[in-house]
Design a protein around this ligand. Structure first.
Ligand code: HEM
Length: 444
């Protein structure tokens, strides 16, 4: 049930910077749930242990009021907490009610530096109409026709990446295989010169490392994020100047020439699209493939099933790769109207965090949800979000990269063996830092 939010002072428009999120006084008086999903301790657990807590919440309190996140990157003394949404159906409802649950007040669960958010979020943290306009410009690079055109490119790159890795009996799967394909595709899309691609990939890694003390190595998380975003903005600025002088047939030229509401996008706005895409498009696919080779090693019967008819089965299998890995753990929305969600009254100004990983383990939707079952059908996972206007723009590209990469693993090193991964500490993106990997056990 929706009622209108009619306080003129708190009226909502799409200009993120100018707005102050609506507030309500009730939030400060609510009791926090005894199952705490905000603490450092909770996020230090590994995914299956966190899942036990989510399982209890799904069963007993699908919408729970939670403390503000502990050890936020930029603590906010006025933060009162958030609603944790853990069930598949409720995540879909929040995702699709973009009229009530908006993104313009931020989409990240952690509280990150405002300067970083401006430099990096772009249309991910915008609402309509501006979101739609900017997304449409970028979507031109993602139509099924475009994806078909770059499919052949993806396939030949995957072939070369796996062939190079197969030269050695033991490799690090992340460094030697998983990271290459997504960064190459991103680089092609934006016309990033070869010699700068590793720099962009490194900056994208730094941006999501905020909860991992090892990756931060004593550095300040906020500074690391801002500096890494600046690295990509600097590269964007250089490439934008080149496209202005000499337009090409690529996404960056489209963005340079495009007009939104009669105005050209500024270099800064285009740079922010590039930072968003560098993180959204590279880390996600890399981590999904890393978790999947580990899963295929641990479940030989699943690998045997897939290998038996690769072309016929890979489409279905990819859906389970995505569901089981669930690399994007959460995104936030802010309510701008009163709304009843699964019997819980949400008020304007309340933060609502969708726990995608939990939704992907919802036993009301998935039988034996912890099982890695490539034959699972239907498989209505929400790894790309729960629908609505922010649904992952790169979903087809991600699937195409996964298909090509696993086709080459099947062809060139079918007996690979993944060892124990070093996982990234996180409260946002499940990540594999490194993964020992034997390339072709059977033939040696
Ligand atoms: C396994 C790979 C991937 C996963 C799991 C993933 C997941 C997600 C999720 C959960 C969202 C938010 C959806 C929502 O708020 O409703 C999202 C948004 C987005 N993704 Fe992906 N993604 C992947 C790959 C990619 C790739 C390859 C690209 C581009 C090269 C990409 C570009 C984007 C963009 C631009 C958005 C923002 C869309 C918007 O706000 O309108 N993603 N993704």
């Amino acid at each position: 049930m929706t009622t209108s939010f009619d306080d003129a002072e708190l009226s909502f428009d799409d200009d993120t910077d100018a707005d102050v999120a609506p507030t309500n006084e009730v939030a400060a008086t609510r009791t926090y749930d005894e199952l705490n999903v905000s603490s450092d301790e909770f996020w230090a657990l590994d995914a299956p242990q966190r899942e036990l807590v989510f399982q209890q919440l799904r069963r007993e309190r699908p919408i729970s009021w939670q403390r503000p996140i502990e050890s936020a990157v930029v603590p906010d003394p006025d933060d009162t907490g958030f609603w944790a949404v853990v069930k598949h159906r409720d995540i879909i409802e929040v995702s699709q009610r973009n009229d009530v649950f908006v993104s313009g007040y931020g989409v990240m669960f952690d509280l990150l530096p405002p300067m970083f958010l401006e430099m990096a979020m772009s249309f991910l943290a915008m609402d309509n109409p501006k979101h739609d306009k900017l997304r449409k410009l970028v979507s031109a690079a993602f139509t099924p026709r475009q994806i078909r055109k770059i499919d052949a490119d993806i396939a030949s790159r995957a072939e070369r990446i796996v062939a190079a890795a197969a030269q050695k009996p033991e490799i690090d799967f992340v460094a030697d295989i998983a990271r290459h394909l997504p960064i190459e595709m991103f680089g092609d899309m934006f016309g990033v010169p070869q010699e700068l691609r590793a720099t962009v990939a490194h900056a994208a890694d730094e941006i999501v490392a905020w909860a991992d003390p090892v990756l931060l190595a004593g550095r300040d998380a906020a500074e690391v994020q801002v500096e890494a975003s600046l690295v990509i903005h600097d590269i964007a600025e250089q490439l934008i100047a080149e496209r202005r002088a000499e337009p090409q047939n690529d996404l960056l030229t489209n963005l340079v020439q495009a007009e939104v509401d009669g105005e050209r996008l500024s270099d800064f706005e285009i740079g922010a699209v590039m930072v968003l895409m560098a993180v959204a498009g590279t880390d996600t696919t890399r981590h999904t493939s890393s978790f999947t080779v580990k899963n295929l090693t641990d479940h030989p019967e699943q690998r045997a099933w897939l290998w038996e008819d690769f072309e016929g089965r890979i489409g279905l299998a990819i859906e389970e790769f995505l569901r089981h890995a669930s690399v994007v753990l959460n995104f936030r929305r802010t309510a701008i109207a009163e709304y009843e969600l699964a019997g819980q009254q949400i008020l304007p100004g309340d933060k609502v965090v969708m726990m995608y990983g939990s939704g992907n383990r919802d036993e009301d939707v998935f039988d034996d949800p912890e099982a890695f079952d490539l034959t699972r059908s239907p498989n209505p996972h929400i790894a790309f979000g729960g629908g609505g206007v922010h649904f992952c723009l790169g979903n087809q590209l991600a699937k195409s990269m996964l298909r090509s990469l696993f086709r080459e693993l099947h062809r060139q090193m079918p007996d690979f063996e993944a060892g124990e991964p070093t996982l990234m500490k996180t409260n946002f993106m499940r990540g594999v830092v490194s993964l020992p990997f034997r390339t072709n056990v059977g033939s040696r």
